[in-house]
Design a protein around this ligand. Structure first.
Ligand code: ASP
Length: 415
């Protein structure tokens, strides 16, 4: 991998595609848009194509793999509690930042602000929200891409599988796990076209509206980066101190390898071996706990991704001039949490599942695609940062849970 020529690396390819797109858009103007804009449209269509089967197989196999053992109940409760708490705190940081900085208000991205507003759906009460989540017919929910309903059913189905007798359980787990692996292959294949997609999207963006779009995107990136920074350097250290009586500076230094690895690979899954090694050998967590908290955390607990989903969707709503009331923002928060659970631990997974959150408040249509396309184009650095935060949060969870089980952790910095 490290032997690969630089131009084979995705982030360089994306950078080149972006530059080429800017040049093509500036030189070609609106006339070039019909010629290459379709590359971007095609890429978005491919992403949409894989979402539903990816989510279904990922959640069912993930939940079923946890198993039905009684013994794990307590630890499972603690782990899940930690995941939900930190993801919710991350989302809160994103929510506040977007509402304070308002990066999308008045922004003109590819002329998106000029179009008619889509019809926004928001339930009137929590009960209505809950009733809306339970699908009357699972297949109807899948056909209509009702993501909350799909996720709800898949979690229950995964739990049911985990509680079956050995033989059918193994059979069904293998079935869904293999299907998930196939979907991951497909996803990786689609992501290979990311540079071409980016080229098409950027050319269209610059060809149609020049550089005006980039100012808005700059503010969007600053907003996400600021809220990620608050989560990494304020919230998670406070969680370490308050829940685990752990010194954050020691934990940071013990986790440095994993953080850098996450930053350069943009994949929590690829980083997992380093995370486990750092958490066991440096932080001092037992294998019993790290083997339980870290692999599940890599796919389920994604604070950075949760923050990004929420802030990204609110940014899009701002660009469109769409007023999201309290109920709609609540739906965004909840779906962002679920979407981060459903996101695979691979590069750019967050930008695949952002459609889930968009769908949950009926934000769809060509104008939404243009904005998402622009966001895709600048996603890579944000992806690197949020992946590091995803991994760091998992490691904090392992340390805190180990401490609560009576283990000594983060007593010294291990070189
Ligand atoms: N790349 C992230 C991860 O692996 C997921 C994302 O795209 O947000 O943790």
């Amino acid at each position: 991998m490290s032997q690969d020529a630089w131009y084979r690396k995705l982030h360089w390819q994306i950078l080149i595609a972006m530059t080429a797109g800017v040049i093509a858009g500036l030189v070609g103007g609106p006339a070039i848009v019909p010629k290459v804009g379709w590359l971007g449209t095609l890429f978005i269509a491919l992403l949409r194509m894989i979402i539903v089967p990816l989510i279904i197989t990922s959640i069912i196999s993930g939940v079923a793999s946890i198993g039905g053992g009684r013994d794990l109940g307590r630890m499972f409760g603690k782990t899940l509690g930690y995941y939900v708490l930190t993801s919710a705190l991350a989302i809160l940081a994103g929510l506040l930042a977007v509402n304070i900085i308002k990066p999308g208000v008045g922004a003109n991205i590819g002329g998106a602000a000029k179009v008619d507003l889509p019809d926004l759906s928001a339930p009137n009460s929590p009960v209505e929200l809950l009733l809306d989540i339970v699908p009357r017919n699972f297949f109807e929910a899948a056909v209509e891409s009702k993501m909350l309903s799909i996720i709800f059913f898949c979690i229950l189905f995964g739990v049911a599988i985990a509680n079956l007798p050995e033989e059918p359980r193994t059979f069904l787990f293998k079935l869904f796990d293999t299907a998930f692996q196939a979907m991951m292959k497909l996803t990786a294949g689609v992501i290979m076209f990311l540079p071409l997609g980016v080229f098409g999207l950027i050319t269209r963006l610059v060809g149609e509206s020049g550089f005006a779009s980039f100012k808005a995107l700059g503010m969007y990136m600053v907003t996400i980066a600021v809220s990620l920074t608050v989560h990494l350097f304020v919230t998670l250290p406070l969680v370490l101190i308050l829940l685990g009586r752990i010194k954050p500076q020691i934990h940071f230094r013990n986790m440095m390898d994993a953080l850098l690895m996450a930053f350069s690979t943009s994949s929590s899954a690829a980083t997992l071996p380093v995370t486990i090694s750092n958490v066991e050998k440096k932080v001092g967590v037992s294998n019993r706990i790290s083997a339980f908290v870290l692999p599940m955390g890599a796919t389920v607990n994604m604070d950075g991704t949760a923050l990004y989903e929420c802030a990204g969707v609110l940014f899009i709503a701002q660009v469109l001039g769409a007023e999201l009331n309290f109920g709609a923002q609540l739906v965004v928060v909840l779906t962002a949490l679920l979407a981060s659970i459903g996101a695979a631990a691979v590069p750019s997974a967050g930008l695949v599942v952002i459609f889930i959150v968009l769908e949950s408040v009926n934000l769809r249509g060509p104008e939404v695609d243009v904005i998402v396309g622009a966001m895709l184009a600048v996603d890579r650095p944000l992806d690197m940062y949020r992946t590091a935060i995803n991994v760091f949060s998992d490691s904090c969870g392992a340390a805190i849970i180990a401490k609560s089980e009576g283990e000594d952790v983060d007593t010294v910095v291990v070189a």
